[in-house]
Write a protein that binds this ligand. Structure first.
Ligand SMILES: Nc1nc2c(c(=O)[nH]1)N[C@H]1C(S)=C(S)[C@@H](COP(=O)(O)OP(=O)(O)OC[C@H]3O[C@@H](n4cnc5c(=O)[nH]c(N)nc54)[C@H](O)[C@@H]3O)O[C@H]1N2
Ligand SMILES: Nc1nc2c(c(=O)[nH]1)N[C@H]1C(S)=C(S)[C@@H](COP(=O)(O)OP(=O)(O)OC[C@H]3O[C@@H](n4cnc5c(=O)[nH]c(N)nc54)[C@H](O)[C@@H]3O)O[C@H]1N2
Ligand SMILES: [Mo]
Length: 754
């Protein structure tokens, strides 16, 4: 056992510098940063090539986020500062070759910070960590595949295998991955969306019969009101700011609902419109509602109260398309303003203003992301948002609808093509017919259930198609305990991260091509946040001649495990057209996949509420669902902590130490606190505190966080993940979606004593 491998990043003595939060996003600094990062990591030639081809019709899909590109035209450069960081870290010239990787033990590597691990560069060859060793060593592809085949053979039951997916995997890779899992005999397919937009999928499926958003990019040209709830687009979806600027230019309004006033929502300078960079930028949000963390359900119910009072509802739409209206109405009417105000932290007058704006809107878009989905009451909150959209009839016409803004660039596509721990019978039956493989019918584990199972010794084989489950999941130490009990853990990945160090008894690293790189099997395809399926063609020479594409690695594992009957694995992986033919034969909406995806910009998947509206629900109508407030009793001396992203990270990949827009420099182990709360506790800026989380009688302590005074509601705190994940108890999850409550952690804070 290798318990002495650090599952948490080391606590470094960071020289925190606190500046002023920025009032303008992007602009000239953003452009300079984009090029600077590229040149430093990837060099001049590779940078220009990656920058010229990203998000072009014939180029590759930016691995940064799932925000769509325009349907009909593309500018010379379709990327943002943070997209540039994402492809520069992939196109980097640095290599972590077998000699370097095996020169240190996993214990030694684990003393490196997450940023240092990433900066070691691209993995170049398959590596194995044997159970009698602490050093990775080289292994051939064939031997690696045989090891996996033996592990599969040794399973006492197929549900001891778990196949994780991170949302960057292409449709082709994801479809084959799901097929491999089901041929092993399990639906144990946890994925990053379990920690991300699962709540949106669950909520929207119940309310409107599809677990996806219902708007197109062009809708932002026609909306008269866009609500941005619990999302930080300036950092995480910077290209979205161009769409919002367009809404504004066309006379629409944008309202931000967020405990923090995030940079980019106040002012934004379009980085591609170089001549406008010197101006003051476009103001985006017309107003800002500093809701208390977790107060959105109450706020939306308050908005609903106003809408009902104003009476300006789309009665015809409600009559024709909506069930549950009367129940919703009486629930909302029964709520007291006093508790709405107390829960949301927003005054009644301000909620009334917001409600009136929503009530007047003819074309309303509601956008949201992690500030909503990672709460105990996430599903309820999203359904309140969808009730508001239904009351105004904001479906089935351009300029309006629901817009859950996805994270990973293909997380939506992965789910569409079968990365699902409880797949539908229709999908399984179609897969069975197309592949000849008998499909398992019992539901599998999601990410949280996987960790529980691993801790209970019920997992023998874990394989990950990308990602970093150790650091991305809640309760880091418990995830580590689980991983260590597994016989074999396998990472298919581009870069080393902590999940390669905290491993099972044996571990494999299978290095793969990234998005930016030339794949001899042709282009792959992805689906963006708006349901457009399009191609992605890598353009640069691969980091190493030993790398294989993800589909070819999966086909290699499949063949080693199961040979070529009934499913001829050997035919896949070398020609992605074939995999697309298979997907077409299984899934509705993919007709003529290989032809239509070669059209400029790809094609839209069918979307009932958008195209009809039609509703794939048990009653054939959309459903207004009713919710009470959650019971919450937070002691006086406790805080609610949210964990979020800095401007210099991509999930668990740390690019740099600054959070420029929030004015936090050179440090990540910080906690943002309201200055009045600081004063009450006698805390000074940069002072060190210990944080303890509390849940159902369990306490988890995490030492040494530096305090940053910040405009955040009183009683609320913010810290960065993955560092803060250790504080989030595994049991603290969203009702209905089982998503860790990364934005709601009850904590106490005490001065750190050395
Ligand atoms: N550069 C960059 N881009 C990324 C990523 C990245 O790490 N870096 N990650 C990608 C992924 S996978 C995802 S899912 C997305 C994530 O995109 P976001 O959801 O924007 O990411 P977070 O940093 O988690 O920010 C959540 C926001 O919600 C707010 N918030 C927190 N709690 C509440 C609440 O209770 N109510 C309200 N109204 N707001 C709240 C926070 O203040 C913050 O502004 O970004 C994607 N794009
Ligand atoms: N506390 C807290 N925790 C969170 C969140 C939060 O807001 N707060 N957010 C959650 C969210 S929204 C998400 S989506 C998850 C993210 O969870 P994951 O998707 O598991 O994590 P990432 O950090 O995105 O994974 C990064 C790793 O993917 C690998 N990789 C990169 N590119 C490729 C590729 O092209 N192919 C392959 N095979 N591998 C590649 C690299 O090895 C890299 O180190 O984290 C969740 N965790
Ligand atoms: Mo995400």
């Amino acid at each position: 056992m290798r318990e002495d491998v650090n599952s948490l990043p080391p606590i470094e003595s960071e020289r925190l510098k606190i500046g002023k939060p920025k009032s303008v996003a992007a602009g000239i600094t953003g452009v300079a940063k984009s090029f600077g990062i590229g040149f430093a990591e990837a060099g001049f030639g590779r940078t220009l090539k990656t920058m010229r081809t990203v998000n072009r019709f014939d180029g590759y899909d930016c691995p940064g986020c799932a925000w769509p590109d325009p349907d009909d035209h593309r500018s010379g450069f379709e990327f943002c500062e943070n997209g540039a960081k994402a492809f520069a870290t992939e196109a980097t010239k640095k290599r972590l070759n077998p000699e370097v990787l095996s020169s240190k033990s996993v214990q030694e590597w684990s003393a490196y910070s997450d940023m240092e691990l990433d900066k070691l560069g691209r993995l170049t060859e398959p590596m194995v960590l044997k159970n009698d060793s602490n050093h990775y060593q080289r292994i051939s592809w064939d031997d690696a595949f045989s090891m996996i085949a033996s592990a599969v053979e040794e399973l006492e039951n197929p549900n001891q295998a778990v196949l994780y997916t991170s949302g960057r995997a292409s449709n082709e890779a994801a479809f084959l991955w799901g097929t491999l899992s089901r041929q092993i005999g399990t639906n144990n397919l946890p994925d990053c969306s379990n920690m991300c937009h699962e709540s949106s999928g669950v909520a929207l499926s119940q309310s409107i019969g599809i677990g996806k958003g219902t708007v197109k990019l062009d809708c932002f040209n026609h909306a008269d009101l866009v609500l941005i709830i619990g999302q930080n687009p300036g950092t995480n979806h910077p290209r979205m700011l161009s769409a919002l600027a367009q809404t504004k230019r066309n006379g629409g309004s944008v309202i931000s609902i967020n405990p923090l006033m995030e940079t980019g929502l106040n002012r934004f300078k379009h980085p591609q419109e170089i001549f406008r960079l010197m101006g003051r930028g476009t103001p985006i949000a017309d107003s800002h509602y500093p809701v208390r963390i977790g107060g959105d359900q109450a706020l939306l119910q308050g908005v609903s109260k106003v809408i009902l009072e104003e009476g300006n509802l789309d009665w015809k739409f409600i009559d024709n398309h909506v069930d549950g209206f009367e129940d919703w109405k009486s629930n909302i009417e029964s709520l007291e303003w006093e508790s709405i105000v107390a829960q949301s932290g927003i005054e009644q007058e301000r909620i009334t203003e917001l409600g009136q704006a929503v009530s007047k809107s003819k074309n309303l878009i509601i956008c949201w992301a992690m500030g909503i989905t990672q709460h105990e009451n996430a599903v309820a909150t999203i359904q309140e948002a969808s009730n508001i959209l239904l009351a105004g009839g904001h479906f089935g016409r351009p300029g309006a609808g629901a817009c859950p803004v996805r994270g990973h660039s293909n997380v939506q596509g992965d789910r569409t093509v079968g990365i699902n721990h409880h797949p539908s019978e229709a999908f399984l039956a179609a897969c069975e017919a197309a592949t000849g493989i008998p499909m398992p019918r019992t539901s599998g584990y999601d990410s949280v259930q996987f960790v529980h199972a691993a801790r209970e010794n019920s997992v023998k084989l874990f394989m990950a198609l990308g990602g970093n489950i150790l650091s991305a999941m809640s309760d880091t130490e418990e995830v580590a305990n689980g991983l260590r009990k597994i016989d074999l853990t396998v990472q298919i990945s581009t870069k080393l991260n902590r999940s390669h160090l905290v491993t099972g008894k044996q571990a494999l690293i299978l290095p793969c091509l990234g998005r930016t790189e030339i794949d001899p099997a042709g282009f792959v395809t992805v689906e963006n946040s708006m349901g457009v399926v399009h191609s992605s063609t890598g353009k640069i020479v691969p980091a190493s001649s030993h790398l294989r594409s993800e589909p070819s690695i999966i086909a290699g594992i499949g063949e080693a495990c199961f040979g070529s009957s009934p499913f001829s694995w050997g035919k896949f992986g070398g020609d992605h057209d074939r995999t697309r033919d298979l997907i077409e034969s299984v899934l509705p909406g993919f007709d003529d996949y290989n032809v239509r995806v070669r059209n400029k910009g790809g094609f839209y998947l069918p979307n009932g509420p958008r195209d009809g509206p039609t509703w794939n629900t048990p009653t054939g109508k959309a459903m207004m669902r009713v919710h009470k407030f959650p019971e919450r009793n937070i002691a006086e001396d406790r805080f609610i902590l949210m964990t979020l992203r800095s401007h210099d990270q991509y999930n668990t990949t740390i690019y740099g130490m600054d959070d420029r827009y929030r004015g936090v420099y050179n440090a990540r182990r910080i906690v943002m606190m309201n200055p009045v709360d600081m004063e009450n506790m006698g805390l000074k800026p940069s002072q060190c505190v210990d944080i303890t989380s509390h849940f159902n009688g369990r306490a988890i302590n995490s030492p040494k966080w530096k305090v940053v005074p910040y405009q955040i509601p009183r009683g609320n705190l913010a810290a960065y993940f993955p560092e803060a994940n250790v504080l989030i108890p595994l049991e603290s999850v969203a009702k209905g979606s089982n998503t860790p409550t990364s934005k709601w952690v009850e904590v106490s804070v005490a001065l750190h004593k050395d």
